[in-house]
Design a protein around this ligand. Sequence first.
Ligand code: TXA
Ligand code: MG
Length: 346
Amino acid sequence: MKTELLTVLDTTDKNAEIAHAADVICHGGLVVFPTETVYGIGGNGTDPLAAEAIYRAKGRPSDNPLILHISEPKEAEKYAYTNDLYDRLAAQFMPGPLTVILPKKDIVPKTVTGGLDTVALRCPAHPVAHALIKAAGVPIAAPSANLSGKPSPTLASHVVNDLLGKVDIIIDGGAAEVGLESTIVSLAGEKPTLLRPGAITYDALCLALGEVEIAPAVVEGLRENEKPLSPGMKYRHYAPGAPLTLLDGEDEAVTAFMCEAAKNANTGILCYDEEIPKMPQGAVLFSVGAKDDLSTQAHRLFAVLREADTNPNITALFAHLPPQKGLGLALYNRLIRAAAHTVKKV
Ligand code: TXA
Ligand code: MG
């Protein structure tokens, strides 16, 4: 398949490109588009064949459901049984980096929901995503636009590496602002439950909803015989080619450990900006952002991990263990998986 590359940085004078991409979606094609979290690979969310094409292009098991992207929060009513809690979340966080799980209506094909009776809904804030969904006139089913097992793409070049020749269109909309996938909260069970932490923090959800449970798999591995609340939890997550170790300890101790490790030229170190001048010559350094700037760390994480993976000389990777609060919980959740839960106390 020949993949068309379009650049749409500004929606105001790019209506023709958006209309063309929307037309491709309506005819069963696949379009990669930017969102404020990560890039998504989208197809017509009411068409079971489009969902199958998405699973094929990503190499994703078809029991791992897709998120339906809508252009306005109130559209959720067409596809799911909404409730008061949904209305509260919609009023506060939509459009934005939040996905809500609700009981689905029959109009949503089971291929999209991986056979589940619930559906994931998200109303993205990115202007290109918004314009595309509106122009298509259908909800857009879209998982992250990476090959299964790779980090989610935050740049169009990541998508080109993974999916060129496998989709009809890739829309380049610049760097994804947040850099980590949306927060997922389920309103389909007895209590609201956080399934995946993201830029909408746990504390923000509690303020809006009252009590919110945290699915154990957010911070731990899935226990043996535990039924995952989200099918995505049971699949192998991205892990870099070189084993990643997360360092847990006082700042000074971690920096000292990194400095020592950095003497080995085959080591890759994900360090804070302020640590860079302290590191000796030798290792490959990746600056993740300033220590207190978790937004930049989130924004850069997946790009840094992809970059580290392209360096065949790196045989070991080290990074800070993020704090489990605020946006740190989302970083923790992604890094602990990438590290296969390898944490070293220093
Ligand atoms: O930020 C994002 O959410 C990006 C952009 C493109 O919107 N999308 C994304 O999709 O990260 P994906 O498919 O890579 O991750 C969605 C996760 C999967 O782990 C899936 O198992 C879970 O959401 N999920 C989808 N529908 C679900 C449902 N009905 N119940 C529980 N989990 C569900
Ligand atoms: Mg994904």
